[in-house]
Structures are given as structure tokens and as C-alpha cells.
Ligand binder design. Structure first.
Ligand code: GRG
Length: 304
């Protein structure tokens, strides 16, 4: 492995450990002020949904984007943990019988299999709500203005006009395959919006200029495109053991993806282009952006 890649992987691993320690604390049985009680079955389902492996890519992007622009690291970790709660909620709900109906996630039984469907729905609901709690809480050491901006941006990324809306379009696409523009929009909403938020959040946390915020946002968009394209390629080329979830489902359902539309060679070329575009957006920061550049490569070259 080359040295750059090794530095990146070490940093991703130590970042994941830090986020997991914080998530462990946030999802402990200790009741917070103004909470009445934490029902144990629901709490343990949330804990299982979140602390079950996972690359922790989104929190890593929040922390590293904030680091690039001089933001408060502890605050970035809390915003990253909040974002991971939303990501994990989306996976729990996506795996439900009414949606993708999957038994395996991150190599383990999905939440509705391990617990039951009602608990999985409530675990997802509570993780979604908790994300906004974690950002707004006094322990997140940021000016109120930054917290409001983060809450607004995260709500827009996760809701009707973002991830949840993208999931609705995805379900509709099983009945009628969208055209290329439709596929791109669906993917930008379903997968891209949270990744874009992760990068933009680093700029908000740092109180960065609007130029920096815009650049980080566009970087997030590019790696969101790369992430989805890589996911579509992996769905065709990888296996359940490596991915920790079912593969080949898109093709089996005849689902419209850009890979299905243009072929593998095009997809790989396009993937390289997204990484190059993402790196070019960071050129103004020079070596300071080396970790974010390496993240763009990782997103495109990941094996799971
Ligand atoms: C149910 C509201 C709602 C939304 C679901 C994210 C999502 C929308 C569905 C997941 C289905 C899926 C496989 C999407 C492709 C991209 C994706 C989110 C992959 C999983 O993310 P990783 O690779 O997973 O970052 P880990 O396990 O590493 O966190």
C-alpha cells in the first residue's frame, strides 16, 4: 500500500474509533435532562443500529472539512455523530420489508430481524430526532447561529427535498424507470444530499467564508456522485460477503442506474473524472487538503 493511502486509512480508522466512542456515550442508558426515561428495548435497538460496523465516512468528512478550515474539533465530532444517526436511521428503514426488505446489513442481521419491525421503525424515528438534539444541545460548543444553520441544512438534506424524497423517487422508479436526468436527481437526493451536507457542515462549524462554504459544498457534491457510481458498480461486481449486504439487487429488479445505461467502461471513466473534479476544487488549499483528496479517492476505490 502506498504511504498516502496508509496515512489516510489510519486516520479514517482512528476517526471512526473517536466517533464510535462518542456514539456509545450518546446512546448509553443514562437519561438526559427533560427526557423522562429511555426504554431499554428501543435504546438497545438504536445502539445495535448504529454501533454495528460501518465506515463512518460521513462523520469523517465533517471532521476533516472542519479541520481544513480551522473549526472546533469537539463540535465537529458531535455534528458528525448526529449525521451518522441520520445515516443509520435511513439504513434501518431502508431494510424494512415495506422498502428494500433486507436481512443483512454490515454483515449482521438487520434491526427488524434482530428485534422486530415496530422496534426498527421506532429506532429509526428516534435516531432521526436525536440527531437534531445532539446538534442543538449545550454540549455542542458552537454559536447559536451556526447551530441553526446546521439544523436547517441537515433538515433540508434529510427530508422531503433530500434523502427521504430521494427514497420516494427510488421506490417509484421500480415501477417506471426514470430517464438519465431522473436517475441523477434521485441519486443526488437519496445518497448525495447527506454527503454534501457532511462537507458543508465543516465550513459552517468553522464560520468559514461563503466562498469556502460553496467550495466544500461542491466538493461534497462531486464525491456524492462518485460514491453513488461506485455503489452501482459494486452492486454488479462485488459479493454479499465483502459488502456485508445483498448485492446484485439493482440488476435483478431492472433498476435504472447510470452503469446500466452507459456500461462499465463509461462508469469507470466517469468515476475517475469525479475524483479529479473533486481534487481540483481543493487545489486552493494545497497540501492542507491532502486528507480530503485521499477521501475522494477512497470513495471511488472502496471495496465495500
Ligand atoms: C429510508 C428515508 C430512507 C432513506 C433510505 C440511504 C438510503 C435511503 C438507502 C440505503 C440504500 C443504499 C444501499 C443506498 C446506496 C448508498 C448508501 C447509503 C450506502 C451505504 O452507505 P455506506 O457505504 O455504509 O457509507 P456504511 O455501512 O459504511 O455506513
Amino acid at each position: 500500500m502506498d504511504a498516502k493511502r496508509e496515512t489516510f486509512e489510519t486516520r479514517l480508522k482512528s476517526g471512526a474509533a473517536e466517533i464510535e466512542a462518542l456514539l456509545e456515550h450518546l446512546l448509553s442508558p443514562s437519561v438526559l435532562s427533560d427526557e423522562i426515561a429511555r426504554p431499554e428495548l428501543l435504546r438497545s435497538a438504536m445502539h445495535y443500529a448504529v454501533l454495528n460496523g460501518g465506515k463512518r465516512l460521513r462523520p469523517f468528512l465533517v471532521v476533516e472539512s472542519a479541520a481544513l478550515l480551522g473549526g472546533n474539533r469537539q463540535a465537529a465530532l458531535r455534528v458528525g455523530a448526529a449525521l451518522e444517526c441520520i445515516h443509520c436511521y435511513s439504513l434501518v428503514h431502508d431494510d424494512l420489508p415495506a422498502m428494500d426488505d433486507d436481512d443483512l446489513r454490515r454483515g449482521k442481521p438487520t434491526v427488524h430481524i434482530k428485534f422486530d419491525e415496530a422496534t426498527a421503525i421506532l429506532a429509526g424515528d428516534s435516531l432521526l430526532t436525536y440527531a437534531f438534539d445532539v446538534i442543538a444541545a449545550p454540549e455542542t460548543d458552537l454559536p447559536d447561529r451556526a447551530k441553526t444553520e446546521l439544523v436547517l441544512a441537515l433538515a433540508r438534506a434529510a427530508g422531503l427535498g433530500g434523502m427521504a424524497g430521494g427514497q420516494a423517487l427510488d421506490l417509484a422508479a421500480e415501477k417506471q424507470t426514470p430517464d438519465e436526468a431522473g436517475i441523477i436527481r434521485l441519486q443526488a437526493m437519496k445518497t448525495g444530499a447527506l454527503i454534501r451536507f457532511a462537507c458543508e457542515a465543516g465550513a459552517i462549524i468553522s464560520g468559514a467564508s461563503s466562498d469556502d462554504r460553496q467550495r466544500l459544498r461542491r466538493f461534497g457534491e462531486k464525491i456524492g456522485l462518485a460514491f453513488q457510481l461506485a455503489d452501482d458498480i459494486l452492486d454488479l461486481t462485488s459479493d454479499t460477503a465483502t459488502m456485508g449486504k445483498a448485492t446484485g439487487k439493482d440488476a435483478a429488479r431492472g433498476k435504472g442506474t447510470l452503469v446500466a445505461l452507459h456500461g462499465m467502461e463509461w462508469a469507470e471513466r466517469q468515476l475517475r473524472q469525479h475524483v479529479e473534479d473533486a481534487e481540483n476544487l481543493l487545489s486552493t488549499y494545497g497540501e492542507r487538503a491532502a486528507i480530503l483528496s485521499a477521501t475522494a479517492h477512497f470513495v471511488a476505490e472502496r471495496k465495500s
